[in-house]
Design a protein around this ligand. Structure first.
Ligand code: FAD
Length: 472
């Protein structure tokens, strides 16, 4: 018999539950990817993610071909495509790994029902999370809204087990009329992506390499170094996780094995803060599943009344282009544009600057990230923006407003991060690198802009706005 394996955000062969189940049943398999961005509206993948997707699909197809198979690509309505493939291959079943974005949940539910009505077996699996969002609840039977107890419970029940190996060979039932990957036009027409290839190797191989490199170079000091954008202190695994080129269970296993092989209790301990960050990803998905309105609206309803400043397209554009005149903010926004990624500490700073100092709605920032991040992820992005804006679950209190100058001196103490991404300041003396406006001659000489807002005054205005909301 024949089973269609519908690949989505699980672009890997190792530890892929839908693929394993299909192969283990003894069936011939048709691996399929269906490009249907309109079905994910209003959060169809943005431009940088499309770049990644193109290369990831290329890598997956190659891995499949090495095993006697291939990736069958379709374009257009998913259900219609699946039905055509069922007819042309005689498949009796469709297997896939679950997604948790509201539009995907609704779409997948309809597809499952429609296929079952057609007499086709339709089965979904968990390939992306350590725990399904509905499998964990508070003592009162509610979804969690606070991270620490969520993580405590998840961690206590976490079994770190060996992942299923990638299949050696995949018996494949070919279908007709696969479209060429290039015809999906995933790569940009204007080559703003020219530097991406130097930073990333999309696909399962690149994912494993990244974890391995991280274990060797950065795991030991992760707890401290994770806040240093000037160092290689984090794993940079987020786009691989987003596209499912590796799953969190595999990462947990790799860390565990690495620590064992090095027979080091220190490494075992060092892995805990890292696992905890994977826990934030779980928490974000838990929140998105239980509070599906949050990509658009605040989780804390009182923030509906927050007095945002009127939309300011000019201010937004300066922020987007890294021309705010605040060095660490501009460094982050330029890193994002050039590489499709930004360090977590700096994400928090640029988000705080946009939502508090400029008082622009967090949704404008979330949209820009959505289009420019290679790891753009509805669960993590929504949670990150709402957390910084103060309106999310377990959010930082609104009145804690980051000061980008003191944060700069603290987490980029040599100014190396700023100097890397803001070449105008490459020769600035250390005492000026995070506040170059103290020397107007430096600004004049380098052409670096003066700050677009007064940090102290806008901080006070943000606190006033917060008080007004609380008084409503
Ligand atoms: P590591 O420090 O090596 O962490 C390992 C993994 O844990 C990450 O890949 C990620 O999957 C998870 N993780 C780490 N920190 C967080 C966090 N705070 N929340 C949720 N998961 C986390 N992450 C995305 O994957 N996609 C997004 O679209 C996204 N948008 C964000 C927007 C804002 C405003 C903020 C403040 C954070 C956002 N994050 C997002 C979370 C975080 O910044 C990135 O996951 C992290 O920087 C990725 O780098 P890394 O893989 O080196 O992280």
């Amino acid at each position: 018999h024949v089973i269609i394996v519908w690949f989505r955000r699980d672009l890997r062969l190792e530890d892929n539950p839908a693929l394993s189940a299909a192969i283990d049943s003894g069936a011939s398999v048709l691996p399929v990817y269906i490009h249907a961005p309109e079905e994910e509206a209003p959060w169809a993948q943005g431009a940088a993610s499309h770049w990644w997707l193109h290369h990831s699909l290329t890598a997956l197809d190659q891995c499949l071909r090495e095993r006697g198979s291939y990736l069958h690509i379709c374009h257009g309505a998913t259900l219609e495509n699946l039905r055509e493939l069922i007819v042309s291959t005689g498949a009796q079943a469709v297997y896939w790994n679950r997604r948790y974005e509201p539009a995907c949940i609704a779409r997948d539910k309809c597809i499952k029902q429609a296929l079952r009505d057609d007499g086709i077996e339709a089965t979904s699996f968990n390939g992306a999370l350590l725990i399904e969002p509905w499998q964990i609840e508070t003592g009162q039977g509610d979804p969690y809204r606070v991270f620490t107890p969520f993580w405590r419970k998840l961690r206590a029940n976490l079994q770190i087990e060996a992942p299923q190996p990638a299949p050696q060979r995949i018996e494949t039932k070919k279908a007709e009329a696969s479209v060429a990957l290039n015809s999906l036009n995933l790569r940009p027409k204007i080559p703003w992506d020219s530097e991406f290839g130097a930073h990333w190797l999309p696909g399962e191989f690149g994912a494993h390499e990244s974890v391995q490199q991280f274990c060797e170079a950065a795991l030991r000091d992760y707890k401290v170094e994770r806040d240093r954008p000037d160092h290689f202190g984090t794993s940079r695994i987020s786009p691989y996780l987003h596209f499912g080129e590796i799953g969190p269970r595999q990462i947990a296993w790799m860390l565990d094995q690495y620590a064992r092989n090095e027979s080091s209790a220190v490494l075992h301990e060092a892995a805990e803060p890292y696992l905890r960050e994977l826990g934030w990803r779980e928490f974000s998905n838990h929140l998105l599943y239980h509070f599906p309105h949050t990509p658009e609206k605040p989780l804390q309803a009182q923030f509906d009344a927050f007095p945002w400043a009127p939309d300011d397209a000019v201010a937004l554009a300066r922020w987007q282009r890294g021309q705010t005149g605040i060095p660490i903010i501009d460094a982050g926004m330029r890193e994002l544009w050039r590489t499709g990624w930004m360090h977590n500490r700096v994400r928090m700073l640029v988000a705080s600057f946009l939502t508090k100092n400029l008082r622009q709605h967090w949704r404008h920032g979330a949209r820009w990230f959505w289009d420019t991040l290679v790891d753009a992820d509805l669960a993590n992005n929504t949670q990150g923006w709402q957390w910084t804006a103060g309106s999310g679950a377990d959010a930082s209190p609104y009145f804690r407003i980051f000061n980008p100058v003191t944060q700069g001196y603290r987490f980029d103490p040599d100014g190396a991060y700023v100097k890397r991404w803001v070449p105008e300041l490459a020769d600035a003396p250390l005492k000026l690198v995070h506040e170059p406006w103290l020397d107007p001659a430096l600004l004049q000489r380098t052409g670096y802009p003066s700050p677009m807002v007064d940090l102290a005054a806008t901080r006070t205005a943000a606190l006033d706005a917060y008080q007004r909301m609380r008084n409503v």
